[in-house]
Structures are given as structure tokens and as C-alpha cells.
Design a protein around this ligand. Structure first.
Ligand SMILES: [Zn+2]
Length: 302
């Protein structure tokens, strides 16, 4: 299979901190539901045994409704950020194009209501997409990267390892170059660099604005360069796990998904998330694809 190497985008290393940091800044967080699909339960939480592979494909297995999510973050100095982008508006009318044919075997019934498109949700809140200064990408899989084209004015932050994996990966790996290969202001962060430091239970973190309000932490395993986001709210922290943990079950029971780019690293990242939650019992921990957890969220956190 010939992979589509990125060509239009020319990412540069981010020089941290990004502008806008304020001492002791706290952020506001608004979770955004961007659509849904169904997946076989054993692909979200793998089973043991001879039939595990078939069941992960949905054969003889229950299918579960899964949310696709993004987040609006408001920082007092840096302005508005997104974490992930949800689906592009074209998916409202062509949901079968959201994922490729291969991923389509385990992702069915994609549904995006027009008002769930992130840019539509922003406008509903009185925010133009051009006002989004920064978009932090947890990773570049299709259900997170589909909406990228809607933010040509924004600075995109992605891990260097994820950019490399997405550029050499293809739809077999969940990447679709045309979603992210735009000549936008792409900035890579490198968790292997000297700037990276440990934070809480996470071995590698970077403080985006230098004020501790928005940290990205390295959580590889789901993909090669996956990152999660820790936000400082007024009286607690929020951890957006992204796909380092699909569900509460992933965290509570170490229920691993069927597919991982690297199981060893997935387990290590998940362990860091589990320990973080244990040491920060008041923290708001939001898994990446869990409808029950999603429905329990408030519209906004300060
Ligand atoms: Zn995902």
C-alpha cells in the first residue's frame, strides 16, 4: 500500500511557551458533542479467546453507541482554544465518508447533526472560527481531525511523533492526509526534548503557555504520538484523556481496546492516567468515547 506523505503542510517546532500566558491563569472548559457512531463492544473493550478478532469486528457481538467529542477552552490571555475538531460539515450529508472502507467495518451509523459541527457550535456561542487561536490535536485519527479545514487562521499543536506517524500512515492506520495536510500554521511539540518535564503522574509533559493552565502530556499507545490535555480550572483540574482511554471501563478495569498501535505503551499511558486519578480524586477526568460519562458532564466548567 502506498502511503500518502503530507506535502502542503510544513510543520515547524513550536517555541514554547506560546504567547498569552498569565500568572495563575485558570481556564473555562466547554465539552462539545460533535456526532456519534456505533462500534462493536469487543472493539472498544477486547475479549479473550479464539473468537476475539471476529467479535471485535462485530460478528456475534453487541454494538455500542459512541460519542465523537471536542472541547472549547477559554484562556484569559491566550484566548480561545480547541482540543480536537470533530467532524467537517461535509460529513453531515455524507456520513459514509467520515471513515475509510476499512475503519468502516467497525465504525457504522455515523451521524452528525448540522448543529453538532464544531464551527456551528462556536457560532451559536457567538464565536467565529477565526477567533480560535490554537487547536491542540490529541492525535490525527479521522474522528478528531475531520474538521481541521475549518480553522485556517489557527495555530495547530500536535506532537512531533504523531505528525510523523500520520504522515507515513494511511487509512489502514486511521489517518487521512487530506484532513490535516493543509498549509496552516502547524507546530510540533516534542516530548523527547529537554523542555519536556514530568507533571503529576505523567512522565512527559509540556506547559503550553508557561503558566500551568494548559498542559499536554504524552500518552502514546493508541497512536504513536497521542497526547492528553490537563487544564487548570478554578478549583480543580480537568484531564481530557482523548483516546488514551475510550471509556470509564478502560480506566476502572484496565479494559484495553482491541486495536492499539503499541500495547506496551498504551498500558504505560493508561497507568499514568489511573494513578493521576487516584492522586487527584477531585479532578474531572473525561474519557474519549464514553456516552455515559459524556451525559454526566455539565455544559461548562470554570
Ligand atoms: Zn477517537
Amino acid at each position: 500500500m502506498v502511503s500518502a506523505m503530507a506535502t502542503a503542510a510544513e510543520p515547524r517546532p513550536a517555541s514554547l511557551p506560546l504567547p498569552g500566558g498569565r500568572p495563575d491563569a485558570t481556564v473555562r472548559l466547554r465539552p462539545l458533542l460533535c456526532g456519534r457512531f456505533t462500534s462493536p463492544e469487543p472493539s472498544l473493550h477486547r475479549e479473550r479467546g479464539r473468537l476475539a478478532g471476529l467479535r471485535a469486528l462485530g460478528i456475534g457481538a453487541a454494538w455500542t453507541e459512541v460519542p465523537v467529542v471536542a472541547f472549547l477552552v477559554e484562556h484569559p490571555g491566550a484566548g480561545r482554544l480547541l482540543v480536537d475538531t470533530g467532524f467537517h460539515p461535509s460529513i453531515v450529508v455524507a456520513p459514509h465518508e467520515a471513515f475509510g472502507r476499512i475503519a468502516g467495518r467497525v465504525i457504522k451509523d455515523v451521524r452528525v447533526e448540522p448543529e453538532q459541527v464544531v464551527s456551528a457550535q462556536l457560532r451559536e456561542l457567538g464565536v467565529e472560527p477565526a477567533e480560535i487561536g490554537t487547536v491542540v490535536m490529541t492525535h490525527l485519527h479521522s474522528d478528531h481531525a475531520s474538521g481541521i479545514a475549518e480553522y485556517p487562521e489557527s495555530t495547530f499543536v500536535v506532537s512531533a511523533a504523531e505528525w510523523a506517524a500520520a504522515g507515513s500512515g494511511g487509512r489502514m492506520q486511521g489517518y487521512w492526509g487530506r484532513q490535516f495536510d493543509h498549509a496552516f500554521d502547524w507546530r510540533t511539540v516534542d516530548f523527547e526534548s529537554a523542555e519536556a518535564d514530568s507533571y503529576a503522574t505523567f512522565g512527559r509533559s509540556l506547559d503550553l503557555f508557561g503558566d500551568g493552565s494548559v498542559r499536554v502530556v504524552s500518552t502514546p499507545g493508541h497512536t504513536a504520538g497521542h497526547l492528553s490535555v490537563i487544564l487548570r480550572l478554578r478549583d480543580r483540574e480537568a484531564l481530557l484523556t482523548g483516546d488514551a482511554a475510550y471509556t470509564r471501563r478502560t480506566i476502572d478495569e484496565t479494559a484495553l481496546p482491541y486495536r492499539m498501535e503499541d500495547e506496551h505503551r498504551f498500558r504505560r499511558s493508561l497507568r499514568e492516567i489511573q494513578l493521576y486519578e487516584r492522586e487527584h480524586p477531585g479532578a474531572l477526568v473525561i474519557p474519549g468515547h464514553d456516552f455515559a460519562a459524556w451525559r454526566a458532564l455539565e455544559p461548562e466548567y470554570a
